[in-house]
Design a binder for this molecule. Structure first.
Ligand SMILES: NC(=O)c1ccc[n+]([C@@H]2O[C@H](COP(=O)([O-])OP(=O)(O)OC[C@H]3O[C@@H](n4cnc5c(N)ncnc54)[C@H](O)[C@@H]3O)[C@@H](O)[C@H]2O)c1
Length: 249
C-alpha cells in the first residue's frame, strides 16, 4: 500500500516550482485527492490536467494565504468534499527586496510577514479549527535555511522564515494531543522564479555557499512527503534543513 493511498493533501503555492513538484510526487506516490491552491487557480490548470490523467482527483482553488477567512473556507470545502485533509503543505512564499534594512520600507517588511509567516499561521489555524480532535493531520511548513542562518540584504525574508520555524514548534506543542503534527522543511537554494532578476554573479556566489551546489525542487520534495506521511508519525515540531550543506559552517 502506498503512503498516500486514500489520502487528501492540500498544497498552497501549488503553481510554484516546489508546490507543483510536491503535487507530482504525491501523485506518483498514489495520493487519492489533491487540493491545489495558489493566487491564480488558472495557473494550476495544466498541472491539474496532468495529475487528473494519472487518476488523482484534483481540485484547484484561488487562495491568497494572507486571507485568513479564505483559508478557513477552503479547508472547510475540502473537508466537506473529501471527508478530511490528511496533510497540508504550506508552500506559498515570496522573497523580499534585495536591500539593506535602512533602505527597506515598512511595506516591504510587512508583505514578507503577511505571506510567509501570517499565511502559514492561517493554514495551521484553518486546519486546527476544522480538524482538531477529529482526524490526524500532518502540516508541513516550507521555511528556509534563511530562517536558520543570517543573510545580508534579506532581513524581511530571513525574519519571516525564522518566525515560521518557531511557529512550527509552538503549533506542534499545542496540537500534539489533538492529532495534528506540525513540521517544517528548510530548503537551501533551488533556482526558481523567486530568483528572477538576480544577476548571474549573485546566483554564482549563492551557489558557492552550498557545498553540494544548488538543489532542485525534487531534492526537497522527498523530505516534504516523508513529513506529510504517517512514516514520520513520531516527529513533530522539527525543522529539517535540506540544503546541500549550506548550514554546515
Ligand atoms: N527556491 C528556493 O531557493 C527556496 C529556498 C528556500 C525556501 N523556499 C521556499 O519554498 C517555497 C516555494 O518556493 P518556490 O521556489 O517554489 O517559489 P515559486 O515562486 O516558484 O512558488 C511560490 C508560489 O507561491 C505563490 N504565492 C505567492 N504569494 C502567495 C499568496 N499570497 N497566496 C497564495 N499563493 C502565493 C506564487 O503564486 C507561486 O506559485 C516558498 O515558501 C519559498 O520561500 C524556496
Amino acid at each position: 500500500m502506498s503512503r498516500f493511498e486514500s489520502k487528501t493533501v492540500l498544497v498552497t503555492g501549488a503553481a510554484g516550482a516546489l508546490g507543483a513538484t510536491v503535487a507530482k510526487r504525491l501523485a506518483s506516490d498514489g495520493v487519492a485527492n489533491l487540493v491545489l491552491a495558489d493566487l491564480n487557480a488558472d495557473a494550476l490548470t495544466p498541472l491539474a490536467t496532468e495529475l487528473g490523467d494519472k487518476g488523482v482527483t484534483v481540485t484547484t482553488e484561488n487562495l491568497d494565504v494572507t486571507d485568513g477567512d479564505g483559508f478557513d473556507a477552503l479547508v472547510v470545502r475540502a473537508v466537506g468534499r473529501f471527508g478530511t485533509v490528511d496533510a497540508l503543505v504550506n508552500s506559498a512564499g515570496i522573497v523580499s527586496p534585495n536591500a539593506r534594512i535602512h533602505n527597506l520600507s515598512t511595506a516591504d517588511w510587512e508583505r514578507s510577514f503577511a505571506v510567509n509567516s501570517t499565511g502559514t499561521f492561517h493554514g495551521i489555524r484553518a486546519v486546527a479549527r476544522a480538524l482538531r480532535k477529529r482526524s490526524p493531520v500532518s502540516i508541513v511548513n516550507i521555511a528556509s535555511v534563511s530562517g536558520l542562518t543570517a543573510w545580508a540584504y534579506a532581513a524581511p525574508y530571513c525574519a519571516s522564515k525564522s518566525a515560521v520555524i518557531h511557529l512550527t514548534r509552538v503549533a506542534a506543542l499545542e496540537y500534539a494531543k489533538e492529532g495534528i503534527r506540525v513540521n517544517a522543511v528548510c530548503p537551501g537554494t533551488f533556482p526558481s522564479t523567486l530568483h528572477e532578476g538576480l544577476p548571474s554573479e549573485a546566483l554564482a556566489s549563492i551557489e558557492a555557499k552550498h557545498p553540494l551546489g544548488f538543489g532542485t525542487p525534487d531534492d526537497i520534495a522527498g523530505a516534504v512527503l516523508y513529513l506529510a506521511s504517517d512514516e514520520s508519525r513520531w516527529v513533530t515540531g522539527h525543522s529539517l534543513a535540506i540544503d546541500g550543506g549550506y548550514s554546515l559552517p
